[in-house]
Design a binder for this molecule. Structure first.
Ligand code: CO8
Length: 373
């Protein structure tokens, strides 16, 4: 069977940062304005007053300290609470393609490859900026890649699900070198006006090169030993934005048209699912969870990852077993586990085992077992 490796990764993040203190200050200003605007209804008991947010809650509940965003001023404007992004003409590179190309170029450089060496582009994110043509095809053209490209969406698990498609394509011989790109502009569909989730997300894009081992020339390569995907339907993380909205005569800015979740239920249900999935996957290769040198887990919540690791290895994890990047990036949906892999693998040695594992909306869980060459 054809051996397949990951030979490069790339990361793009915007330059603008919002700290928790800045976020909470603007959110609380929004709350004051909202409550003042609706003071009569609130006094009459026909409308609920909004409650303020707090930095202490955010840091304790999630571990998030700050996030990168495409546009800070629009998000922090209490009269707007949405990023301000300039529209682009059809003959200009679209925003998702632009950040995708930036991350892809970094991954190609690490892999020692050029755009023309790529013969499949898989682009996925929790929300795509348009229906068609696929962003993947636009990236393919911008890089001068050949073959084919398509977009896909499995929310937070899009990158791991794309990795399995990439690995299968290379194994089957339908592609030799696949680029997986995950441009997550979460700030566009985050609900910045809801204190339950206004702190959760940040923007970033990752890229991964998957290729045949016999064509790989990168100094650092990772054998893909196996991939495993699973889904189980749940409404606990949901966004009803879609092309039928305009036919349904519901308000475009209704609460259900942006991200919403039952965070506590997600936490309780997904932790055991993720731990069992990881254990099952490892057991198919006769690997004990304690033999895995590093877990690059989905980055949604610090305590969630600690629970998963505690269930797997039965003890408080040493700090470098499952590194966190969400303090700096917040939850970047499908990019999160790949950012962890990108940033925290240089210290591993030849033969070391690692696992990328994502979990999120769907529910969806995807894992990829790797060994350093
Ligand atoms: N400040 C102060 N108090 C607050 C705040 C706030 N900002 N928010 C909530 N509170 C209050 C609540 O009202 C509640 O008060 P009370 O006890 O009086 O009812 C109290 O604090 C506790 O609230 P919670 O129970 O909600 O708090 P938790 O401890 O559960 O923490 C979390 C909330 C952080 C959301 C936590 O539940 C969590 O992280 N859960 C896991 C969620 C998760 O992993 N989700 C995956 C989502 S990502 C994904 O799948 C991708 C989707 C697509 C991407 C979309 C991009 C936009």
């Amino acid at each position: 069977m054809t051996s397949v490796v990951i030979s490069g990764t790339g990361l793009y993040h915007p330059s603008q940062i919002i700290t928790n203190a800045e976020l909470v200050e603007s959110f609380n200003r929004y709350v004051e304005l909202y409550n003042a605007r609706h003071a009569d209804e609130i006094a009459a008991g026909t409308r609920e007053a909004l409650q303020p947010s707090s930095v202490e809650f955010i840091e304790k509940a999630s571990g998030i300290q700050r996030r990168y965003v495409m546009d800070k001023s629009g998000v922090l404007d209490p009269e707007r609470m949405v990023p301000r992004l300039a529209p682009r003409r059809d003959d200009e590179l679209s925003l998702m393609a632009e950040i995708g190309v930036a991350a892809a170029r970094a991954a190609l450089a690490q892999a020692g490859k050029e755009g023309k060496d790529v013969d499949a582009v898989l682009c996925g994110a929790s929300n795509m900026q348009r229906a068609y043509p696929a962003i993947a095809v636009e990236i393919q053209q911008a890089l001068g890649a050949g073959g084919y490209g398509f977009d896909m969406n499995v929310a937070c698990s899009t990158a791991t699900f794309a990795l399995e498609q990439a690995v299968n394509a290379v194994r089957a011989g339908s592609a030799r070198c696949v680029l997986v790109v995950n441009p997550e502009i979460t700030s566009g569909h985050q609900e910045w006006r809801d204190r339950d989730c206004h702190f959760i997300f940040g923007d970033a894009c990752t890229a991964i090169i998957v290729e045949r081992a016999d064509t790989a020339t990168a100094a650092e390569q990772w054998d893909v030993l196996g991939t495993k995907l699973a889904t189980q339907f749940s409404n606990n993380i949901r966004n009803n934005f879609g092309f039928l909205n305009r036919c349904e005569d519901t308000p475009a800015d209704a609460r259900d048209k942006t991200f919403r979740q039952e965070g506590r239920k997600v936490f309780k249900e997904v932790v055991p699912m993720a731990a069992a999935h990881i254990e099952n996957h490892l057991s198919t290769l006769k690997i004990e969870p304690t033999q895995v040198r590093r877990y690059w887990l989905h980055q949604a919540n610090q305590a969630m990852n600690q629970f998963v690791i505690r269930k797997l290895i039965g003890a408080d994890p040493a700090s470098d077993v499952a590194p966190l990047i969400l303090d700096e990036f917040a939850n970047t949906s499908s990019a999160g586990s790949i950012i962890a892999f990108h940033a925290h693998r240089a210290d591993l040695s030849t033969g070391d085992l690692g696992m990328i594992c994502s979990f999120g909306a769907g529910y969806s869980i995807g894992s990829v077992i790797l060994r350093k060459r």
